[in-house]
Ligand binder design. Structure first.
Ligand code: MN
Length: 290
């Protein structure tokens, strides 16, 4: 994570602005999950709209899955830590999401898909992150990409921090996906106890991290961020990035992106810019135009 030009000792780090505890909820046909990035954070963490964590070894929590449902106006990024999910969509897309793999789906002008567990028992653990599309791209053609675990670029820093680069770029390693307007950075970090790392972040970008196992200290203030906590990182025009120290063995997601600063109109699985576009999305879906 440590970049060529900055070490953890010289980097001016963002601090923790706010700690967020996820809200237990259910979605799809009754999958129990934790909504970590909720609607009230959409402005603050623009261009990100939602982050869900699903983690359970009780099949009753996940077997119902997410049967056919529509999306329009943004992208969904599903990252599996454990378990298997089958994706099917009305655009001909199909794939098996396996541990360590990523599904990057661009809903664009409209897609109908299902995400169903391909296991009867055992642990199902993963994340779904929603990345907004710029107004100009909301009605692009839908597309879908499966990236197996082996296709996610990975590196290990001299401190022993393992970094999976899902999107963006770190230490000269380009991630599996890049986006021009929002320049998403999406890293999964596996930090040994006692390790530290620094990641440069453009000062203009919104950023957050989510600890899903272990505990870290963030920034010069060394604010503690424990497991199942999302830390909103300050926007400091003078900060170069973020420094992170792991107290225990820790796994966390580090996410950043350039805000769109466009109006957000959401109705369930449709995210557009105006109420009129939402009405149109519902009408198009009901008329079978997806
Ligand atoms: Mn979906």
């Amino acid at each position: 994570m440590q970049t060529e030009s900055r070490s953890i000792d010289t980097l001016r780090s963002r601090e923790v602005e706010r700690l967020v505890v996820g809200q237990p909820t259910s979605d799809g046909a009754g999958v129990r999950l934790t909504r970590v990035l909720t609607r009230e954070l959409q402005r603050r963490l623009d261009p990100y709209l939602m982050l869900d964590e699903f983690r359970s070894d009780d099949p009753d929590d996940y077997l119902a899955g997410f049967p056919d449902h529509p999306h329009r106006g943004f992208e969904t990024i599903t990252y599996m830590i454990a378990g298997q999910m089958r994706h099917r969509d009305n655009n001909g897309g199909q794939g098996l999401l396996d541990a360590g793999g990523v599904q990057w789906m661009t809903a664009g002008r409209g897609i109908i898909h299902s995400e169903m567990p391909e296991q009867k028992d055992g642990l199902m653990h993963g994340f779904q992150l929603w990345l907004n599309l710029p107004a100009a791209d909301k009605m692009i053609a839908p597309s879908y990409r499966d990236i197996a675990a082996s296709g996610i670029p990975e590196l290990t820093t001299p401190e022993g921090v393992r970094v999976k680069v899902i999107a963006g770029r770190t230490l000269g390693v380009a991630g599996a996906v890049a986006r021009e307007t929002t320049e998403p950075l999406y890293l999964d970090l596996h930090m040994p106890a006692g390790s530290a790392g620094a990641q440069e972040l453009p000062a203009t970008h919104n950023a957050f991290l989510y600890v899903y196992a272990g505990e870290v200290e963030v920034g010069g203030e060394r604010r503690k961020v424990g497991a199942q906590r999302l830390a909103v990182l300050t926007n400091d025009p003078l900060a170069d990035g973020v420094s992170i120290r792991a107290g225990a063995e820790t796994r966390l997601l580090l996410v950043a992106g350039r805000p769109l600063n466009e109006p957000i109109a959401q109705h369930g699985p449709f995210v557009m810019n105006t109420a009129q576009q939402i009405t149109q999305a519902i009408a198009d879906y009901q008329a079978g135009r997806f």
